[in-house]
Write a protein that binds this ligand. Structure first.
Ligand code: FES
Length: 60
């Protein structure tokens, strides 16, 4: 969820290494979760991910 107003970042667009929020266009680095563009000003949480065969594993 976007840290600005809880938009679903899964519905955002990908531009290079960033996801662009679908509501007000804040940007976040996909690998680190760092907020890279306003209007959001807080980072999002990221989790370690790996691909094992046909599965995607996320460490929570
Ligand atoms: S909800 Fe994402 S920028 Fe506003």
């Amino acid at each position: 969820m976007c840290t600005h107003d809880d938009a679903p970042l899964s519905e955002g667009s990908i531009e290079g290494d960033e996801v662009v929020c679908p509501w007000h266009a804040a940007t976040f680095n996909l690998k680190t979760g760092k907020c890279t563009g306003p209007p959001a000003d807080a980072d999002v949480t990221t989790y370690p991910v790996r691909v094992v065969g046909n599965d995607i594993e996320i460490e929570l």
